[in-house]
Write a protein that binds this ligand. Structure first.
Ligand SMILES: [Zn+2]
Ligand SMILES: [Zn+2]
Length: 309
């Protein structure tokens, strides 16, 4: 077995303010985004501590956009644009020394992420709030980032990459196509996808984890988020068989129909492009194939004629 020298972890955090707001009210203020964000940051720092070469990226999956929280500067436009902070240099290279004697990288990661999430949530306009998050887009960004980091590696170096999705809001069947496409790309790139579900079970994430060989876990309680992250998701996928982890769940393999984006058990499949439909239609709306209608067989027709005569 080849030695893997470092590991790249991409964390996708669902920052949907609608879901977090609802749960903040329901659970007697026990579950809030910034409390969970603290746990995620401890987990991220633990990943960086595991090995010197370990790398980290964190993407916020918001209601209408995906945003790189760390490392910064991966998207064109910053979240907050203010005219007054023109004197602060934006192209600062390397971590600044920290005041409390902490490892500089941790201070940098913590500060950047907390301020970015705050501005992301405060910057959302009322008309742009939906109850789901753009997780398929975030996954595509994560895969592109992993691909770029793999290309930038020196010859002979090896890197294992994985994506952890921490998701609370419900699945949006409208994202089914894009989501499954990213899952199959991840499988092809040998990227493991893990799912840490804070809210209701997500059939899309179950399928993603099953296909890429990752771990799917629906948390019984959000209060224990840090413990679950450290025990279940910190070990690399190739050493996980040595741990006693939660048992694999029964995967809900329903597909979404292409016409209404509903999840269906039984449906019609186009024989040309394999599109799925919940009801029969003579023309495939994806590839425009016209299906021939086979009328009743000829013998039957003759018999009918005779009967009429
Ligand atoms: Zn349909
Ligand atoms: Zn078709």
């Amino acid at each position: 077995m080849a030695d893997i020298q470092c590991s790249l972890l991409v964390i996708i955090i669902d920052t949907n303010p609608v879901w977090w707001g609802q749960h903040f009210l329901q659970d007697n203020n026990q579950c809030d985004l910034f409390g969970c964000l603290d746990s995620i940051l401890v987990f991220a720092n633990s990943h960086l501590m595991m090995k010197h070469g370990n790398q980290l990226a964190i993407i916020a999956s918001h209601t209408n956009q995906s945003y790189f929280l760390y490392p910064q500067g991966k998207t064109e436009e910053p979240v907050v644009t203010s005219d007054t902070n023109s004197e602060t240099p934006t192209d600062e290279i390397g971590p600044r020394p920290s005041s409390d004697g902490r490892y500089e990288l941790f201070t940098q990661v913590d500060e950047q992420i907390t301020t970015q999430v705050k501005s992301l949530i405060l910057g959302a306009e009322e008309g742009q709030l939906y109850s789901d998050c753009v997780v398929a887009g975030s996954l595509a960004m994560a895969l592109c980032f992993i691909h770029r980091m793999e290309k930038q590696m020196h010859l002979g170096d090896k890197m294992s990459s994985r994506i952890l999705v921490i998701k609370g809001s419900e699945d949006n069947p409208a994202q089914y196509m894009n989501f499954m496409n990213t899952v199959f790309s991840a499988q092809k790139q040998n990227v493991v996808m893990d799912g840490c579900i804070l809210g209701k079970d997500s059939s899309l994430m179950q399928q993603a984890c099953d296909i890429t060989g990752g771990t799917y876990l629906k948390l019984p309680s959000i209060n224990g988020l840090l413990q679950y992250l450290l025990c279940v998701f910190l070990p690399d996928p190739d050493v996980r068989h040595k741990f006693i982890l939660p048992a694999r769940v029964q995967v809900d393999y329903r597909a979404a129909c292409f016409c209404h984006r509903n999840l269906i058990d039984i449906g019609y499949v186009c024989s040309v492009c394999l599109s799925i439909f919940c009801s029969f239609s003579p023309i495939c709306s994806t590839c425009q194939t016209t299906f021939k209608f086979l009328g009743p067989p000829k013998i039957l027709k003759k018999k009918m004629k005779k009967a009429v005569m």
